[in-house]
Design a protein around this ligand. Structure first.
Ligand SMILES: *Cc1c(COP(=O)(O)O)cnc(C)c1O
Length: 220
């Protein structure tokens, strides 16, 4: 099945509570509104510029619509990101954290974030590399960043699906997430699982899946 309601039905058959983020990158706003009509409320985009061009300004969006940024964020795009996003799910370095805190303070808003973990150790991939690094970043946000609401952890499975490597990466992410959750019960989101691996991610403790292709079809 495809389309938002078909995918939601499949996710619900596995988990009654997992959040489904509809990843609309590369697809037009008409596709977003089709999914919205089927009940989708949370949309994921990986590029600030594309998201800004596609979605109405904050405050003018359809009732309940939320936009999450899930792609690598350059520091020079943080201010723009804070003007369009309800949450940044791809926070991958201490300098980025400090930039987000500074810009959010300047804009007089708070922002929800997830830390991104590089759970597979692949060189080309973004994210904190170890449990220690991620927990240190979490502690820094909790102690020093009043404009950042740390909601949890995000990870992307290994490139190219491999069941055992995926399981290792997802289990490691779950362990790091458990550590963050013990620091603060506000950290209750573990975002992992995409079109190819969401079932396995849920089996490893994911609370939120980010699905594009299975909802909207292949990207150009
Ligand atoms: C594109 C993307 C997704 C969705 O991927 P699909 O395979 O199309 O479901 C999820 N998370 C991130 C970070 C992405 O960039």
């Amino acid at each position: 099945m495809t389309g938002y309601s078909g995918v939601l039905q499949e996710v619900r058959a596995v988990s009654g509570s997992a959040v489904l983020v509809a990843v609309s990158k590369t697809h037009p706003y008409e596709a977003v509104m089709e999914a919205y009509a089927e009940g989708a409320r949370i949309f994921g985009e990986n590029r600030v510029q594309e998201a800004e061009a596609k979605f109405p300004p904050m405050g003018e969006r359809p009732e309940g619509m939320r936009l999450y940024l899930i792609g690598q964020l350059q520091r020079n795009k943080v201010r723009k990101a804070l003007q369009i996003a309800d949450r940044i799910e791809s926070v991958d370095s201490l300098p980025l954290i400090d930039k987000i805190e500074k810009e959010a303070a300047a804009l007089g808003r708070t922002i929800e974030v997830l830390l991104e973990l590089n759970s597979s150790g692949e060189e080309q991939k973004a994210g904190f590399r170890t449990e220690e690094e991620a927990l240190a970043a979490a502690g820094h946000i909790m102690a020093d960043c009043p404009h950042i609401i740390l909601k949890g952890l995000m990870t992307v499975g290994p490139l190219g699906y491999d069941r055992e490597r995926n399981r290792e990466a997802f289990s490691y992410a779950h362990k790091v997430f458990a550590g963050m959750n013990s620091l603060s019960s506000d950290c209750d989101v573990l975002s992992m699982g995409m079109s190819a691996d969401w079932q396995q991610a849920l089996a490893c403790g994911s609370t939120e899946v980010r699905i594009g292709t299975a909802i909207f079809g292949a990207r150009a």
